[in-house]
Design a protein around this ligand. Structure first.
Ligand code: NAG
Ligand code: NAG
Length: 277
């Protein structure tokens, strides 16, 4: 790993992003078709479940590569710095992984946000292809500028992803350390990594459900509302538990995603390290 600090996270991250998207794409299509106007069968039914997978892969491999490139190098650089300030090693590990994952997320979103903007416009049938959607942003027809057009929603996305990642990654690394210690090995295996990733993803998903509920309500709201006002309204009208609506499916969904994403990452890292090191 030390010898190839760029190549290994780049390739392994790309593999993790691609596998996760390929694996979950049919489910994503299913969801989009169920939600689309006219219903499931008028929007394609069971045919062409992988339609549009190209644009997803174009974004997912580089996004995940950039995430792990940042995460991996920060993971290694920050621990010595944090542990010289705080004496408890558990806390130094936690701070390292929170910071590394947040910086990784900020980096990954420079790719993920523009591809998401394009993909959603194609999914919502505003354009018939990703290329047509891209051309329209590049033509600056809204007058907001090309850069602002591509990065619409960047800060909102970051604000939603950072709390999630700050729970998932410290927990993931702590579970791996605990597993390795219990089995008396240096590090956890890829399969153990997948299980740890699944648990960490599930816990992070459950804890951040209120943010997801707020995001949905903000997006579906007719008029602009402040977050504080919205929280008060939900709690008084529907009770505190309304902030956790959909916690079951969200947790299961993201647990499965965490298992594939981090399991493939660890397996690919072992494979690539074996080949190049
Ligand atoms: C982060 O660093 C620790 C060592 O401090 C290592 O065990 C772990 O595998 C690294 N995480 C990733 C995802 O590379
Ligand atoms: C986009 O359009 C606006 C308004 O017409 C203009 O001020 C701006 O310079 C344009 N930006 C680019 C990058 O073309």
């Amino acid at each position: 790993m030390e010898k190839h600090p760029i190549l290994i996270p780049l390739l392994s991250g790309g593999a993790a992003g691609t596998c996760t998207d390929l694996f979950f794409f049919p489910i994503d299509t299913l969801k989009t078709r169920l939600q689309a106007k006219g219903g499931f069968f008028t929007n394609g039914g069971w045919t062409g479940m992988y339609r549009g997978v190209g644009s997803a892969i174009v974004g997912s491999a580089p996004g995940a590569s950039l995430f792990f490139l940042t995460y991996d190098n920060m993971n290694r650089t920050l621990f010595p710095i944090f542990s010289s300030y705080v004496s408890a090693p558990g806390l130094a590990h936690g701070l390292t992984h929170m910071t590394a994952a947040s910086l990784g997320e900020i980096a990954a979103c420079t790719i993920r946000v523009p591809t998401e903007v394009i993909k959603q416009r194609v999914q919502a049938s505003k354009y018939h292809s990703s290329l047509a959607a891209l051309k329209s942003v590049l033509s600056n027809h809204t007058g907001e500028g090309v850069f602002r057009g591509l990065y619409r929603g960047y800060s909102t996305t970051i604000m939603r992803e950072i709390p999630f990642t700050m729970i998932q990654f410290p927990l993931y690394e702590a579970l791996k350390r605990w597993t390795a210690k219990r089995t008396g090995r240096n590090s956890a295996s890829a399969t153990e990594g997948a299980v740890c990733g699944s648990i960490a993803g599930g816990v992070a998903a459950a804890c951040t459900t209120p943010l997801d509920v707020l995001k949905t309500r903000i997006m579906l709201s007719e008029k602009r509302v402040s977050v504080r006002h919205l929280v008060r309204e939900i709690v008084t009208d529907e009770g505190f538990q309304a902030l956790f609506k959909g916690v079951g499916p969200r947790t299961m969904w993201i647990s499965a995603g965490g298992a594939v994403f981090l399991g493939v990452y660890e397996a690919a890292k072992n494979l690539v390290t074996g080949v190049v090191a």
